[in-house]
Ligand binder design. Structure first.
Ligand SMILES: [Zn+2]
Length: 146
């Protein structure tokens, strides 16, 4: 199983998944996302990136993999609404960076896109850094809006 050099599994999955699977939960995280995250953390952002922090007493639980009973997913299911977020498939994170705005982070990633091992999507116009490895076939970095 591929694991990250910078992130613990607790930072990338919700508490429900960690309680049930522990370290085995790495199997739910797309290896392309792990490689991309490590590259961005090490060579592009070069600062700590906060995804989930429930494990250290924070309130973020749904910023990495979202399971079927995570509130964001469950609420869509309850109203029969389709919800195919990359978060559902272990292909996305929402992150905040210490000492850097999400917009600065997006610009830095765009500027250094040659370093990215896979095509990524970034959500534009939001105050957090959403990055995922869905391949929209629109170049190395595709900026999308929900
Ligand atoms: Zn969950």
């Amino acid at each position: 199983m591929k694991e990250s050099r910078y992130f613990k599994i607790q930072e990338l999955v919700c508490p429900e998944v960690y309680r049930r699977y522990g370290e085995q939960a790495w199997m739910f995280i797309d290896p392309e996302l792990i490689e991309t995250l490590d590259m961005i953390r090490e060579k592009i952002i070069c600062k700590p990136m906060i995804v989930n922090n429930w494990n250290t007493g924070g309130s973020y639980t749904q910023r990495g993999l979202r399971c079927n009973i995570c509130q964001l997913v469950k609420s869509k299911t309850n109203i029969d609404r389709l919800y195919l977020s990359a978060h559902n498939f272990g292909k996305a994170v929402d992150a905040t960076i210490q000492g850097m705005s999400a917009e600065e982070a997006r610009q830095l990633i765009i500027k250094n896109q040659i370093l990215l091992p896979y095509p990524i999507r970034l959500e534009d116009g939001v105050s957090w850094l959403h990055l995922d490895v869905y391949d929209a076939d629109k170049g190395k970095v595709y900026l999308f809006r929900v």
